[in-house]
Ligand binder design. Sequence first.
Ligand SMILES: C[S@@+](CC[C@H](N)C(=O)[O-])C[C@H]1O[C@@H](n2cnc3c(N)ncnc32)[C@H](O)[C@@H]1O
Length: 217
Amino acid sequence: MRKPKRLPFEELEPYLLPRPPLLGPPAPSEVVDWSQLFANTNPVEIEVGFGKGLFLTTVGTANPQVNYLGIEIVNKYVLFTATRLARRNLRNVVVTTADARIFLRERVAAGSVRTVHVYFPDPWWKHRHQKRIVFTAVFVREVERVLRPGGRLILVTDVADYMAMARETVLVSSSFLQEAEAPGQHEPTHDLDYLTNFERKFRREGRPIYRAAWATR
Ligand SMILES: C[S@@+](CC[C@H](N)C(=O)[O-])C[C@H]1O[C@@H](n2cnc3c(N)ncnc32)[C@H](O)[C@@H]1O
């Protein structure tokens, strides 16, 4: 994939979530006001760990009546994706650099999100890396809190054990999420017609992909 030339910060700014003040505990006002951020009351969906942003650019283009917030812990991916968004003038997508586990807890209002997407989270199998796993019981309970009634959590991974662990985590730690019909696998019609960059890579390698969705009752 070609690397887009980074645009000057002023051109990326509309696609980056404004930062709260650096000092002090989060104030209630730091909870993101979606209607203010997107200047409309359309439904909001969140992608956790968007990497190079293929999903956000595709769905942002296909669904202008939906607002998307991408949360990614690696700043260079945030700037890379913001550049993609700016080149397409996709004002219904905003991205931010943060640990999604903390961001959901501190900056997302209860019952305000339609869907949380988690695509190919890092498995972090090594014991010393386990604190970095995204899909934990705490995360699931935060997702449950931020989802509106009828909202959905979607997970796609190439790691069978991760999917098994996620199913078990939801079962054990959630009272409101119930497994629902998983999203289908789309057959690509062109080179970038995949859910995400990692899906593209893994499907080209012929690896199996596991998909699941949970809906709030
Ligand atoms: C394997 S990559 C998948 C990227 C993208 N979802 C895809 O499918 O192409 C996992 C991504 O999650 C990000 N990530 C890991 N932990 C995170 C966290 N706690 N909060 C936000 N992003 C995180 C990583 O930086 C990386 O970009």
